[in-house]
Design a protein around this ligand. Structure first.
Ligand SMILES: NC(=O)c1ccc[n+]([C@@H]2O[C@H](COP(=O)([O-])OP(=O)(O)OC[C@H]3O[C@@H](n4cnc5c(N)ncnc54)[C@H](O)[C@@H]3O)[C@@H](O)[C@H]2O)c1
Ligand SMILES: [Zn+2]
Length: 360
């Protein structure tokens, strides 16, 4: 097991990453001084595989455990579902010492985290992420939210957990597309921050794809560490945290033009290619480095080919993106693998050019 120490200004906490560590949740809670009620918030898919045994283990550890279910899917990140959970927490007699266990992917983490942040002005929260994306991204950094009037994450808070427990064995039941979503973020971390991590992923892709536990533990821990480092330096998202948007400016646009029928990881992969080409065209990034980026994306099973997307609609969507500043668009660009800069002056023709070129 690896432990990453998150030292955010508002709270210090641990991220535990290891194979088969889910049954240790009860002991870890007790060690933190939680002895009363523990409410697991999850969905039927995750509950079926992990929920009931976790509840039993918490009970054995001496906690008064219960499970609250919400249906699966992004739609549940809503005030309505949060309201339903407040009602159920009231019925359970939840008090300030009741811990909320967010067991699931990023949807559950964001929703349960939002409920924990707001009910009784804050209940202790433990993130137990069960998707690769949630283990490397959404469970770390304290952003919790629900969607509102079709705007993602419009209502939310910064609310750090007591700890994060990532059992990599839970990834065995995760569909391939969901693994790909996480892989895109992992590649992103390597490109923005760590050349040797990038080389490790390159050299161990087959192991990673076959869910080799050692390789997974290593890449999840390093990703968590990179994210933790960035968010701790910019807890409330006013500067450095921007670099986490690498591949996401164009990625979000592609996602929205595909009417959200495309996996987030696929869109981010294409977004990284677009950002890569802009950097290449500006003479910032060397051709060999761009090729390495393209190859790692392809070997991960993600798309690097931009022939599919509808260029005018993507440009339209990029223009509507909130990051537009005075007609110019902000992109995070790689200068080399492991090193990015924030460019606030990307023009529409540059994006068009990046979208138009075919890869050799
Ligand atoms: N808070 C943040 O900083 C942050 C960062 C990135 C993304 N997010 C949010 O995360 C959400 C996406 O999260 P996600 O990609 O984890 O999607 P998700 O939570 O919808 O999970 C994907 C699917 O996998 C299923 N699942 C989860 N764990 C499983 C397991 N171990 N075995 C089998 N199936 C399992 C889920 O039921 C779901 O159907 C979005 O709402 C996004 O806004 C938040
Ligand atoms: Zn993302």
């Amino acid at each position: 097991m690896k432990t990453i120490k998150v030292k955010s200004p508002s709270k210090k906490y641990d991220v535990f990453i290891g194979a088969g560590i889910l049954p240790e949740l009860g002991i870890k809670l007790r060690r933190k001084g939680f002895a009363g009620k523990a409410v697991i918030i999850t969905n039927p898919v995750v509950n079926e595989i992990y929920g009931n045994s976790l509840k039993t283990e918490l009970t054995v550890a001496g906690l008064e455990a219960s499970i609250l279910l919400v249906p699966d899917g992004e739609k549940q990140k809503s005030l309505e579902t949060a309201g339903m959970l407040y009602k159920k927490l009231t019925a359970l007699g939840a008090d300030r010492m009741t811990s909320i266990i967010a067991l699931g992917g990023g949807v559950i983490g964001d929703l349960a985290g939002f409920v924990a942040a707001t009910y009784l002005r804050g209940l202790p929260l433990v993130q137990v992420p069960t998707t690769l994306l949630a283990q490397v991204d959404s469970s770390i950094g304290g952003k919790v939210a629900v969607n509102y009037e079709h705007i993602k994450n419009k209502i939310g808070a910064f609310y750090q957990p007591e700890f994060v427990l990532s059992d990599i064995q839970t990834l065995r039941t995760l569909p391939r597309e969901q693994l790909n979503n996480g892989m895109a973020e992992i590649i992103k971390y390597a490109v923005i921050r760590d050349r040797s991590f990038f080389s490790y992923i390159e050299g161990n892709m087959e192991k990673i794809k076959s869910l080799d536990e050692q390789a997974l533990e290593k890449i999840i821990a390093r990703s968590a560490e990179i994210k933790a480092d960035i968010v701790c330096k910019d807890e409330r998202d006013t500067g450095l945290r921007n670099i986490l948007n690498y591949g996401h400016t164009a990625g979000h646009a592609i996602e929205s033009t595909a009417d959200f029928n495309m996996g987030h990881g696929q869109a981010v992969a294409m977004g990284m290619i677009i950002a890569g080409r802009i950097a290449l065209n500006r003479g910032l990034l060397k051709q060999e480095e761009f090729n390495s980026l393209r190859d790692i994306i392809l070997t991960a099973g993600l798309p690097a080919d931009l022939t599919g997307p509808d260029t005018p609609r993507i440009i339209e969507a990029v223009k509507q993106d909130k990051k537009i500043i005075g007609g110019k668009i902000r992109f995070i660009l790689a200068k080399s693998i492991g090193n990015v800069i924030m460019a606030d002056d990307i023009s529409i023709p540059e994006i068009e050019k990046a979208l138009a070129v075919e890869d050799a």
